[in-house]
Design a protein around this ligand. Structure first.
Ligand code: ADP
Ligand code: MG
Length: 274
């Protein structure tokens, strides 16, 4: 029986390395013998295909939200040991509307997840958020124990970050998610040849201190090639700089979460086992 920690990887900007981080953090965690459930919440389904799965209708969280499936039925294996997934499909875009209709809609994803958490088979649930401030993103933040923000090492990286930090603060104080934490900030696509990248990392560290992970993910062509083979980079090119960086990030992430991974025990009713 494991205590599962729920992580949302979020930034309302697109192209900042969220999906890449979901896929590669999951892979590097599984290499460390952690069990992971990836939930792809982006209708574009890039995390789904990046983990080697095709899009299939009726397999996303949408069918659970609409009550046509049970969450236990839509968790699938992947080609990678220790990684399970709830895939995305285009239909998921309709979930925005469905969730909006539900009373207490911010709690929808958490109440679905509670049935998985009580079963205690995963060390981590990692949610890939869509790049917009819609209901799917906000309700996944409301469902999370911690949020990892990925940021590209470019000018204006921090622009819009206050949207997420304000949401965290709001959810903590209004009772939606009192224990929600900014788990950390991961700097991605670092180009060591430019002064700009170093300056941006420095600036973010000045503002957020040790919330910023020591590990910085370099811009690495192997990372960008791997998804078209449906592979995390540690499988696609195990000795590449990209693979090394994501291994180092996973180690840092696990270390921050202490020896027992998640210390937070979920409060759920025992009769709701998935
Ligand atoms: P998001 O999910 O935030 O929209 P992605 O993870 O899909 O961002 O990344 C956007 C694009 O950048 C993708 O084509 C991805 O392959 C590429 N990419 C992400 N991280 C890196 C990296 N460290 N080095 C090179 N390319 C990267
Ligand atoms: Mg994405």
């Amino acid at each position: 029986m494991r205590a599962t920690k729920v992580i949302a990887i979020a930034n309302q900007k697109g192209g900042v390395g969220k999906t890449t981080t979901v896929v590669n953090l999951a892979a590097a965690l599984s290499e460390l013998k952690k069990t992971v459930l990836v939930i792809d919440l982006d209708p574009q389904a890039n995390a789904t295909s990046g983990l080697g799965l095709a899009r299939q209708q009726g397999t996303s969280l949408y069918s659970v939200i609409t009550g046509t499936s049970d969450i236990a039925d839509i968790i699938q294996g992947t080609p990678y040991d220790g990684i399970n997934i709830i895939p995305a499909e285009l239909d998921l875009a309709g979930a925005e509307i469905e969730i909006a209709r539900v009373e207490n809609h911010l709690g929808v994803i958490r109440s679905i997840l509670d049935r998985v958490l009580i079963a205690g088979v995963f060390d981590f649930v990692i949610m890939d958020c869509p790049p917009s401030l819609g209901i799917l993103m906000t309700s996944s933040l409301a469902a999370a124990d911690g949020i990892i923000v990925t940021m590209q090492c470019e000018y204006y990286a921090m622009e819009g970050l206050s949207v997420i930090t304000n949401l965290i603060e709001q959810f903590r104080t209004n009772g939606v998610n009192p224990d929600l934490q900014l788990e950390g900030i991961l700097m991605t696509m670092y180009d060591g040849r430019t002064r700009l990248a170093a300056d941006v990392v420095q600036e973010v560290r000045t503002h957020f201190g040790d919330k910023v992970y020591e590990t910085v993910i370099p811009r690495n062509v192997r990372i960008s090639e791997a998804p078209s083979f449906g592979q995390p980079v540690i499988y696609y090119d195990p000795s590449s700089r990209g693979a090394e960086a994501y291994r180092s990030f996973a180690a840092e992430f696990v270390q921050r979460n202490g020896p027992g991974a998640a210390s937070v025990v979920q409060s759920t009713t025992p009769d709701s086992v998935a």
